[in-house]
Write a protein that binds this ligand. Sequence first.
Ligand code: HEC
Ligand code: HEC
Length: 171
Amino acid sequence: MSGDGAAVPVRRAAGVLVVALISALGLVVSGQELPAGAGRDDILKRCVSCHETDLMTQQRLTRAGWGRTLDKMVRWGAVVEPADRDAMLDYLAAHFAPTPAASHLVATAASEAVYKRACLMCHEADIIESQRLSRVGWVRSVDKMIRWGADVPAADKEALIDYLAARFRPR
Ligand code: HEC
Ligand code: HEC
């Protein structure tokens, strides 16, 4: 990535100035949209003096990607204590990770269709969605419903269980 280390481009610097001005006027409340978690305080302290949190929360990066961004921000003037770096990276990587690939989304849409067709025939969704079960728990639940008459094709069963386990898992 040549150019990353260069001085902040003028257009960007101007944008930052506007953000800083708005912040100074108190119109922007920094950090409101950052979820709680270890490392959050450091992010608020070190990362929102030049721009709002949205620049971060819009990104979806791997931990390595966040490492590169952090290094770039340090080159641009952010202060990151070496002792805080890991916690900040853990936080960013945990909350702003890459979204699943499109193929996964398609699979999910298919699973959702199975769910709606097979599981909402006898009762409403709330009886299902108020449950918080592990994957094993959902296997038992789906097996029970199949015994009770739910029509889940064998080929769709795993995907349906994945769907349920991903959405309605123990808190
Ligand atoms: C010294 C000022 C400054 C600090 C402090 C700062 N940034 Fe930035 N950051 C910038 C500038 C300038 C941009 C480019 C803004 C633009 O494109 O409008 C930017 C952009 C970003 C972007 C958008 C993607 C990109 O790479 O351009 C992310 C993500 C980001 N910063 C994360 C962080 C994180 C995490 C921290 C805390 C370690 C941080 N920033 C601290 C100046 C700063
Ligand atoms: C043939 C009818 C029928 C179908 C189809 C059906 N269920 Fe049920 N389900 C029931 C009945 C009957 C109950 C008990 C309702 C009650 O307790 O009021 C129930 C209750 C539940 C409960 C509440 C906890 C429990 O075990 O009693 C869950 C969770 C559940 N179903 C999940 C599912 C899922 C997931 C599917 C799709 C695979 C599904 N159901 C499809 C009949 C069905």
